[in-house]
Design a protein around this ligand. Sequence first.
Ligand code: ADP
Ligand code: MG
Length: 337
Amino acid sequence: MWNKRLGIDLGTATTLIYVYGKGIVLNEPSVVAISKNTNEILAIGREAWEMIGKTPEYIVAHRPLREGVISDYEVTRRMLTYFIQQVCGKSLFKPNVVVCTPSGGTGVEKRAVLDAAYRAGARRAYLIEEPMAAALGAGIDITGSSGSMVIDIGGGTTDIAVLSLGGVVASQSVRVAGDQLDEAITKHLRKKFNLLIGEKTAEVIKIEIGWAVPPKEEKTLKVKGRDLVSGLPKEISLTSSEIYKCLSEQLSSIIEAARSVLEKTPPEIAADIGEKGICLTGGGSLLRGIDEMLSKALGTPVYVAEDPISCVALGAGKVLDYLKLLRDGLLYTKREK
Ligand code: ADP
Ligand code: MG
């Protein structure tokens, strides 16, 4: 019964579902379009994402998990139900699911995720902390005694964790990730050029010409938006160097958080990390030079995982092999505080 076990990466930007025996079968934006007048859900996933920035006033295209927690529980539940149904079809068999939660989440937020999974149709639902899943998906042996460190840079949050012997030794979650980089670009253009751009344009700028270190290759990008003074459409040219400068302040918060996690790490484990390097996962790790930036700032080797966007879902998929252990409470993750 291949469709009975699902590993779900409920991300702030993207939701991925891994089906046991099959691999990743769903990859959709975590976006829901809602009518303001009737509160009705009009579209979910990619279709809703298409509507961002283009909707008439009475429709809001909204990301219910924006900052890594369930900010809008009811909408999240309906989104999750929809995605699970997409994957399971009209099967009468309820799936067992493993869902990833950001490591900084509170007990209440974690319970909300579990509850959402049950109400979305799960027979049994388990939580696994995101850094565990990310590390597993990146091919790191998390059960061994050699410590490792993973930094997952997502849309709304960056999750930093040191793992050893199947547990989280030290961790921190900061609300600085891809979204905040986009916002930094938007603010910069407004201030310097009086130009108003939408959130999708900001993301395109970051992906096309963004750098976390002084650019090794200077690219230019023409960007269209609305002039705040005349109210009319306007086009400007942006360079990689300019975007690099406007991202650096946000990026330094990620460095600070990683440094503070390393400082809390016991010396033996820190030595393991120094040898193996820090693993980066999540879409944000695709920003050019972010590995180099962190490596220089932390004095430790840093590498980007293969297929960083899929790591968490792949890791959740791997955990599906151990459902029995999860059920018996033999495999669980706990945050140390
Ligand atoms: P989440 O787990 O929170 O859903 P993801 O791991 O899917 O987030 O990462 C989404 C973030 O990654 C977005 O902010 C997106 O802009 C960013 N991203 C995706 N590709 C790139 C890229 N090539 N360069 C820089 N950022 C990227
Ligand atoms: Mg994620």
